[in-house]
Design a protein around this ligand. Structure first.
Ligand code: NFS
Ligand code: SF4
Length: 654
């Protein structure tokens, strides 16, 4: 299978893949081969099936049709389809945020007694920030008021989303003047669906502007609410050591894999898996214990807060099952392949779906309700244990050597403590390191991996090239998992790969050069971190002044489109690969690259080569540094050795 070879040697468990193929099983890679060549019209974004006069397609090269039946041009078609992707992505993140807010609400009202408020300080901070009086209220009453007020953000009809106030004044003013401030999270998503209906908004720029507004409702709304309230309910993460990759599965234990996104479920499974009674049952069934591991972003949630090991990212979900060692995989929503159930048929693995929103072929459905959380969690864990004796030894193949250490659990709050020391949190040392040219700037690597591309290879190569050039990397989602698998979040080994300036700073403050900031909704932590850096001073007065950039180098989900857009709309230049499906329309392409830059001070760049992508970032950071008149980089890379560039440093050395 040709695509086997594209699996990144350090990140991807090739044996498991080969095991799957030798058993005649399908995976995303083999199904991709069957799909090839994939549709050229779709890749360029030139097809429309929004109404039933279609489907229509535009001929980009020959003398075929240049408009759809209704007269829609390539620009209109691509812009409509692109912002529909933003709507779907924002809807997913925001529905997640809504669910967390709802969980907090019923926990506060005493209707979901298995949840408690674990971070009272964060709750109080948020309450104060959104204008709720804290004094004299007990914690449950406060939680109820915060949950109600943030839940109202979803259905809000006008005004401005509360958390947009976290953005720098200048950015808020720009959004306001450009009509980009989201009024309500759901409202902007619904308006996309309205505007993209046949015969409504037929101006590519006007469409893209609405896409921007909805994406901001995700980043500074739904996703931010998800992150903030997850911290309140499940505690603010702290740096924690753990392990990643398929080697975390255990031959002698009951393996339960949680896959999906919402921590309301995975948190409960963590608790259930530690239940002494269930541990005893596992022993009785011949297992040495219960091993919980995660896939995708729910994995990041419980990694960040409990150090639960991660079995893999998006492209590894099928591989986890093909190890033959998973007793039960439970899923909730998002990024879950519909293939899992049939794959489980070849093994003893049970697939359990839990969300009323998401059912899957061959899955057993156990509906999750917060009101009965722990008893449902225990039922699922029990089911896994009882399935342990059904494991077929001859089918078990755990690629044990694929395992890496990781330090995860960074947040804007604790990075602040790290940098400033125990008693006085501050971003000063980071800003000073950027200003003096020890650190070039920062890059956020986010998003999925994609069977069309090498498994994690782009994430890993890009991150390595960046840290080599003294760029601090922060990562979330599947990108973070990919980087962790490649050992880049193990400070000891990662620091060796970092440039001298970055290494010096990281060693001094005790941070790794690649920081794990959490799940995909935790991209909102990146926004908050950037605001904090800006507030610290010396690096301009808007987010677009900062020497920072974003990248989604292997994206596949519509959620990544929404994330990319709210990064760009917040002033962060973003490198994307594969390209958004707009390349067949020059006008739309121009709009989301240079056009957006004129409006929000940042745009998209498409680059499939991760090294070239890294250098686009480096070039962008250098441009921002020059505009801020910052010192030249202290150490720059010569072909073979590090050379000193900054004259002051040279003097000092003498
Ligand atoms: Ni986000 Fe991509 Fe999914 Fe997480 Fe992974 S595929 S857009 S990174 S798990 S949400
Ligand atoms: Fe074709 Fe226009 Fe209908 Fe799209 S909306 S399918 S371009 S007729």
């Amino acid at each position: 299978m040709k695509n086997t070879l594209t699996t990144h040697p350090e990140a991807g468990p090739r044996e498991t893949l080969e095991n799957a193929f030798s058993c005649g099983l399908e995976t995303a890679w083999s199904r991709l081969e069957e799909q090839e060549p994939q549709c050229g019209f779709g890749t360029l974004g030139l097809c429309c099936r929004i109404c039933r006069m279609g489907p229509c397609r535009i001929d980009p090269f020959g003398d075929g049709p240049k408009t759809g039946v209704c007269g829609a041009t390539a620009d209109i078609i691509t812009a409509r389809n692109l912002i529909r992707m933003i709507a779907a992505g924002s809807a997913a993140h925001s529905d997640h945020g809504r669910d967390i807010a709802h969980s907090l609400l019923i926990a506060a009202r005493g209707e979901a007694t298995d949840y408690t408020i674990k971070d009272e300080e964060k709750l109080k901070n948020i309450a104060g920030e959104i204008g709720i009086e804290v004094k004299g209220k007990d914690i449950r009453q406060l939680a109820e008021e915060v949950a109600e007020k943030l839940l109202a953000e979803f259905g809000r009809q006008d005004g401005e989303l509360l958390f947009t106030k976290r953005a720098p004044e200048k950015r808020q003013k720009l959004w306001r003047e450009e009509g980009l401030i989201p009024r309500g999270i759901d409202r902007e998503i619904v308006e996309i669906m309205h505007r993209t209906l046949m015969g409504v908004d037929n101006d590519a720029e006007n469409l893209i502007r609405q896409g921007v507004r909805a994406s901001l409702g995700d980043g500074w709304g739904g996703s931010m609410i998800a992150t903030e309230l997850s911290d309140v309910l499940f505690k603010l993460p702290q740096p924690i050591r753990a392990q990643v990759n398929l080697g975390v599965l255990r031959e002698d234990e009951v393996n339960i894999v949680v896959h999906g996104h919402e921590p309301t479920l995975s948190e409960i499974i963590v608790a259930a898996a530690r239940d002494p009674e269930l541990l005893k049952l596992a022993e009785e069934k011949g297992a040495r214990g219960i091993n919980l591991a995660g896939i995708c972003c729910t994995a990041n949630e419980i990694l960040m807060r409990h150090g639960i090991p991660i079995a893999g990212n998006f492209l590894q979900q099928e591989l986890a099952i093909t190890t033959g060692a998973v007793e039960l995989m439970l899923v909730d929503v998002q990024c879950i392949m519909p293939s899992l159930g049939s794959l489980c048929q070849c093994f003893h693995t049970k697939l359990v779906s839990t969300s009323p929103k998401a059912r899957f072929p061959f899955a057993e459905h156990i509906e999750f309700k917060e009101e009965e959380a722990l008893s449902i969690g225990r039922r699922i864990v029990r089911m896994a244990i009882e399935n342990f004796p059904n494991r077929k030894k001859e089918k078990v193949s755990i690629p044990s050597k694929y395992i890496s250490g990781v330090v995860a659990g960074f947040t804007p709050e604790n990075v602040y403590q790290f940098l400033g020391g125990k008693y006085r949190g501050t971003y000063r040392p980071l800003n000073d390191a950027i200003i003096s040219g020890r650190i070039r700037g920062a890059a956020g690597l986010v998003g999925c991996n994609n069977a069309q591309m090498g498994h994690d290879a782009s994430h890993v190569q890009m991150a390595r090239e960046l840290i080599r050039h003294d760029v601090l990397v922060v990562a979330t989602g599947c990108s973070a998992i990919g980087l962790a698998k490649a050992g880049l979040m193990q400070p000891e080994s990662a620091l060796k790969q970092a440039g001298r300036g970055l290494r010096e700073v990281c060693e001094a403050v005790g941070l790794p050069p690649v920081l794990h900031l959490g799940s995909c909704v935790d991209c909102s932590r990146i926004l908050v971190t950037l605001c904090n850096i800006l507030k610290e001073g010396g690096l301009g007065d808007d987010l677009s002044d900062l020497p920072v950039a974003g990248a989604a180098p292997e994206w596949m989900s519509e959620k990544a489109v929404a994330i990319g857009f709210y990064f760009v709309a917040s002033g962060v230049q973003t490198i994307i690969s594969p390209s958004f499906p707009v390349e067949g329309a020059d006008g739309t392409l121009e709009l989301i690259t240079r056009g957006l830059e004129k409006i929000v001070g940042a745009g998209f760049e498409f680059e499939d080569d991760p090294i070239k992508g890294a250098h686009l970032i480096i070039k962008h950071l250098d441009k921002k540094r020059a505009a801020l008149k910052l010192a030249p980089m202290m150490y720059d890379l010569a072909p073979s050795a590090l050379t000193l560039k900054n004259k002051d440093v040279e003097k000092k050395k003498r």
